[in-house]
Design a protein around this ligand. Structure first.
Ligand code: FRU
Length: 479
């Protein structure tokens, strides 16, 4: 369609051509952030699953490289992870440390295999002893995510097994021992569990305190329908993960429709110390119908993770990485009263990073926020519903909504700010909005496909007034 090239985002990674789903093998090595991804090099539908490859020095500008891993006699190359084998525990390297990729070979059955690279991820050798973990007789057995566990001095793998996550250990990445499993009676089970990740996260503002976080993608059964992501906060003793929450509790990572299969980067230098990830910005409900060409699939922006103490307990918070602020232009600013039917300022832009602070205390509006990607007819509404106490994204009239019956919808996340101010950071980039509420504990990511003339942003208030204390609008210029 005519809108297609226009929808190519500028600060979000998309492959030059063809299909993309999950991020894979994310590792930082010798100054480069690697992003591998589920890719069909030969078409714009899921198939021929391979690992595509891109690198970045700053998490904003990406260079796509040739396909890293292609299907072999053990099957397709499904999702997985990568680590830097600093101490050559695998014996696969000589003088210099290299990268080891751990992935699922999906053929007759799903099994775990490894490959290694001695040239900064440019070329890969598959290990002659693959698979390193054979299928034990279960259909779903995939998406290995590996990290080095300091306390027990061994590698730990999290693996998705249908309705649970299993944990394995290895001294050398080659020989694996099954340790334990978690989750068949915990959290949300509206669909199959996929793409786990397990890591320690410091509690913000409480030096010395940290918890273990277990991430699980689930499809279907997500909060906005279809694919979604949940997390558990607890302890990992080197063998077992224990959930601090009650078994029936469900914590969602993102309550929009389009954030899936996110896993974190390995190899971030200690001097940096951040826990970073990004996710696939799509949903299995309609991923194959996304109206872009010649590519299909985009990633979210990289986000920094933290654990924050809230009135309701510890929550995972996400914020766009600080590197994005380097491609902001000088801001336009506005503050003032916004009322139903009243005049409102309007700005142009389709690649924007905005911050808003709406004063909830004293507001008479039933809902308020920003209209984005609008020309007066098509509109994406992002805001706060005072009555329902929800941050929401509404894309019912966002442009091309014919993607699927499930596409034109309103997605919402409960939130009550503790200081009477609704803070929203809103990133928009041609075909998507990412909304970070408050300290980043309320997140909604949604795809939208506006016509090019839908390029204005303006505040709105329904059924009354609200004071917009602060509105900053930065154009993003990543070129
Ligand atoms: C998640 C997923 C993974 C699998 C991959 C296949 O989106 O289903 O479980 O490894 O995609 O492309």
């Amino acid at each position: 369609s005519a809108g297609t090239p226009y929808w190519r985002p500028t600060v979000h990674f998309t492959p030059e051509r063809n299909w993309m789903n999950d991020p894979n093998g994310m590792v930082h090595f010798q100054g480069e952030y690697h992003l591998f991804f589920q890719h069909n090099p030969h078409g714009d539908q899921w198939g021929n699953m391979s690992w595509g490859h891109a690198v970045s020095h700053d998490l904003v500008h990406w260079t796509e490289l040739p396909v890293a891993l292609s299907p072999d006699e053990l099957g397709a190359i499904f999702s997985g992870s990568a680590v830097v084998d600093h101490d050559n525990t695998s014996g696969l390297f000589d003088a210099e440390p290299g990268i080891v990729a751990i992935y699922t070979n999906a053929g007759q059955t799903q099994q775990q295999s490894i490959a290694y690279s001695t040239d900064r991820g440019r070329t890969w050798t598959k290990y002659a002893g693959n698979p390193v973990i054979e299928n034990p007789g279960v259909a779903d057995f995939r998406d290995p995510k590996v990290f080095w566990h300091d306390e027990t001095e061994r590698w730990i793998m999290s693996l998705a097994e249908g309705d649970r996550i299993s944990f394995y250990a290895s001294p050398d990445l080659l020989n694996w021992e099954r340790l334990s499993e978690f989750g068949s009676d915990q959290g949300a089970h509206g669909g199959v569990w996929e793409c786990p990740d397990l890591f320690r996260l410091p509690v913000e503002g409480q030096p010395g305190r940290s918890k273990w976080v277990l991430i699980v993608s689930i499809n279907p059964g997500g909060p906005a329908g279809g694919s979604g992501m949940q997390y558990f906060v607890g302890e990992f003793d080197g063998t077992r993960f224990r959930n601090d929450g009650s078994p029936g509790e469900v914590r969602w990572v993102d309550q929009g429709a389009d954030f899936y299969a996110a896993v974190t980067w390995a190899g971030i230098p200690e001097s940096d110390g951040r826990r970073l990830w990004l996710g696939w910005m799509s949903n299995w409900t309609y991923a194959s119908e996304i109206p872009t060409s010649p590519w299909r699939g985009s990633m979210s922006v990289p986000r920094e993770l933290s654990l924050i103490e809230t009135g309701a307990g510890l929550r995972v918070a996400q914020r766009p990485v600080a590197e994005l602020e380097r491609v902001r232009r000088r801001p336009r600013r506005w503050s003032g009263a916004v009322s139903d039917g009243g005049a409102a300022p309007e700005f142009r832009g389709s690649e924007l990073d905005m911050t808003t602070e709406f004063r909830l205390t004293g507001a008479s509006a039933t809902s308020f926020g920003l209209e984005v990607f609008t020309d007066g007819e098509q509109v994406t509404r992002i805001g706060y519903d005072v009555t329902a106490r929800q941050v929401f994204v509404e894309r019912t009239e966002s442009g091309d909504t014919t993607v699927s019956d499930a596409f034109p919808a309103r997605h919402a996340a409960e939130h009550v700010p503790d200081d009477g101010v609704v803070r929203l950071r809103i990133l928009m980039d041609r075909c998507c909005v990412e909304v970070f509420g408050d300290r980043g504990q309320v997140v909604l990511t949604d795809l939208v496909f506006p016509a090019p003339k839908g390029n204005r942003v303006r505040p709105f208030a329904d059924g009354g007034r609200v004071h917009l204390d602060s509105w900053e609008i930065y154009e993003l210029n990543a070129h």
